[in-house]
Design a protein around this ligand. Structure first.
Ligand SMILES: Nc1ncnc2c1ncn2[C@@H]1O[C@H](COP(=O)(O)OP(=O)(O)O)[C@@H](O)[C@H]1O
Ligand SMILES: [Mg+2]
Length: 248
């Protein structure tokens, strides 16, 4: 296997706590089980917690690479199966706003990864220059939205700024923590009603993930819910999202 797709995707949200890191980690796991070579870049450089999701303690992290102490291959950490993780570090506040040079170093590193199908970038919430940057270097932008009114309002702001700053108009929307598909569509339509009025963007309803107690249970144990609960509703929903990604 050599890496046939070579696609970089970013996962972003308006506010924190909507499930980005959880979705990124579990998406990587499912894609890996589908024989896709998958990397995660923990690009939440101040509050990164992909390592916590996987219950691993990386020896080195992205800071060691950006600051030139380690090669990329030295900081890449193995998750379950074949997943490869470029870990961040909680509390690297000085990386919360990367300089142009630091961005170039990081981009060079990401571009030097030889064989992959997917590189999934878990960004921080909100609208920092890092978030705009990581979205601009990815081929597909995913936005995670929840029924929380604050999430909806902040999502609109993120779409507005990202479309303006990256010049891109297509956003893949995943609605998380809903009762059912009907609620997901309702939230999607709410978002659409404001973007259609004020912005020239195209929002694709990519899928939804139900609020699922098994997600919380696995997360508490620092385990992946897709691994521990393969038949849970959230797992099936995320599997459908991955299948869609593979079809495109
Ligand atoms: N579909 C879901 N059902 C139940 N709990 C969820 C779901 N998605 C995420 N969570 C929980 O929400 C919390 C925040 O998720 P996280 O991935 O850390 O958010 P973010 O990265 O956007 O800040 C975690 O405790 C996670 O287990
Ligand atoms: Mg996170």
């Amino acid at each position: 296997m050599d890496g046939k797709r070579r696609k970089t995707i970013s996962v972003t949200s308006g506010k924190g706590g909507v499930g980005k890191s959880s979705i990124v980690s579990n998406m990587a796991y499912l894609l890996d089980t589908m024989n896709e070579i998958t990397y995660i870049v923990d690009a939440d450089l101040a509050l990164g917690n992909i390592d916590i999701m996987f219950g691993i303690v990386p020896k080195y992290n992205i800071k060691d690479f950006i600051e030139g102490r380690k090669d990329l291959s030295e900081i890449i950490t193995r998750g379950p199966n074949g997943i490869k993780i470029i870990p961040a570090t909680t509390g690297a506040y000085e990386l919360a706003n990367l300089s142009e040079m630091e961005k170039n170093v990081l981009l060079g590193g990401i571009r030097s990864i030889p064989h992959y199908d997917f590189i999934i970038i878990d960004t921080q919430a909100g609208l920092s220059s890092n978030v705009i940057y990581f979205n601009s270097i990815s081929e597909e932008m995913f936005l995670i939205v929840t029924p929380d009114p604050a999430s909806l309002a902040d999502s609109y702001a993120v779409i507005k700024v990202l479309s303006k700053k990256t010049g891109r108009k297509n956003f893949n929307v995943i609605i998380n923590m809903v009762r059912d598909e009907a609620e997901a569509i309702e939230i999607y339509k709410k978002l659409l009603s404001v973007t259609d009025k004020f912005l020239r963007v195209y929002l694709e309803f990519y899928g939804y993930i139900p609020l699922d107690k098994n997600v919380a249970l696995a997360t508490k144990r620092q385990r992946l819910w897709t691994q521990d609960y393969p038949d849970s509703v959230a797992t099936w929903a995320l599997r459908e999202i991955c299948v869609k990604l593979l079809r495109n």
